[in-house]
Design a protein around this ligand. Structure first.
Ligand code: BTN
Length: 326
């Protein structure tokens, strides 16, 4: 991102009006140069208001990410396990960055955790080949590279319960989880998880755990989302501190991944059951070549969905998408 655009975003992040002349002075460019730059903001998904006589403003402002502020919320013991936290203004996808990094790392670095965050993703990826709408400075786009040597079935459920822990810490209530790993609030999607796994030699695998959490989705960007969604601003009526959220999320992930490594999925089952919005509901499970309907009966010890048919027979699913039947 060019440095003037960065400066402009910083100036406008306070949510106040700034005149074109003052911005031009601060950036060392003309007023028409400022106008041109503001046009680029909308391509990043940033909504800018411009009022004659007042200038430009980003309504509500932006809480920009800062690594020192994020690290303030991570316990020292977990910080030690994290080899690097990388923060980008723009990237195609934070998952892609870590997939590439994992390819380059040597096997003896595998025990370390790497984190990648971005203010904006130009090609954010959702589950099942969907795109993840990722406008600048609005939400959290966070990925973690974590290595494993044992069975990791149920990892997505562990991550979804970790997001819930974090949201509960900041006072959000009534969160629900929808198998395999959607975080919902009043049946609308608040956060999603995309895990991409690659296997290596010597029985080591890499999991790239990608989390998208809607914090304050701009209206225009939100209009392009093809499923019911919600953000933290709508739930709390406040602009949340994204640095605190990111720090707490990294901290809780490091903590829960280590618990998962030691104890497996059973350490998270109770929490999942408490939050499972599909339990005993009529649902259909959609897989790439099939759609099977029945009543959801929770998850098994591998994190597979249990679906009961009319005859009372249980079938389990390790992947797919649930649609709730009305
Ligand atoms: C879903 O479809 O529910 C999963 C969404 C996952 C989005 C996150 S944002 C950070 C990471 N980078 C990506 O490209 N995707 C994940």
């Amino acid at each position: 991102m060019n440095s003037n655009l960065k400066k402009l975003i910083r100036c406008l992040s306070d949510g106040k009006f700034h005149s074109g002349a003052k911005l031009g002075e601060a950036l060392g460019i003309t007023r028409s140069g400022v106008w041109k730059l503001t046009q680029q903001l909308s391509t990043l998904g940033i909504e800018v208001e411009s009022v004659i006589g007042k200038g430009y403003c980003i309504p509500d402002g932006l809480s920009l990410l800062s690594l020192p502020k994020i690290k303030n919320h991570i316990n020292k013991n977990y910080l030690k396990q994290i080899k690097k936290i990388k923060l980008f203004d723009q990237i195609d996808s934070t998952n892609n960055y870590l997939i590439e990094l994992a390819r380059k790392l040597s096997a003896n670095k595998r025990n370390e955790i790497y984190v990648c965050l971005a203010e904006q993703q130009s090609a954010g990826k959702g589950r099942l080949g969907r795109k993840w709408v990722s406008p600048f400075g609005a939400n959290l786009y966070l990925s973690m590279l974590w290595s494993f040597t044992k069975d990791i079935s149920g990892l997505g459920l562990v991550v979804a319960t970790t997001i819930t822990d974090t949201l509960e810490l900041i006072g959000i209530k009534n969160i629900g989880l929808k198998w395999p790993n959607d975080v919902l609030w009043q049946k609308r999607k608040l956060a999603g998880v995309l895990i991409e796994v690659s296997s290596e030699a010597y029985g080591i695998g890499n999991a790239i755990i990608g989390i998208g959490l809607n914090v304050a989705m701009p209206v225009r960007a939100g209009a392009s989302i093809d499923q019911p969604w919600v953000d933290l601003r709508a739930i709390t009526d406040e602009l949340q501190d994204r640095n605190r959220l990111a720090g707490l999320l990294i901290n809780n992930l490091a903590q829960n991944l280590s618990l998962f490594r030691q104890k497996g999925l059973k350490a998270f089952m109770q929490k999942w059951r408490r939050l499972d919005v599909c339990m005993n509901q009529p649902v259909c499970v959609i897989t790439p070549n099939n759609k099977v309907c029945g009543v959801a009966k929770g998850i098994d010890e591998h994190g597979r969905l249990r679906l009961e048919n009319k005859a009372g027979k249980i079938t389990t699913f390790s992947s797919g998408e649930i649609s709730l039947r009305i």
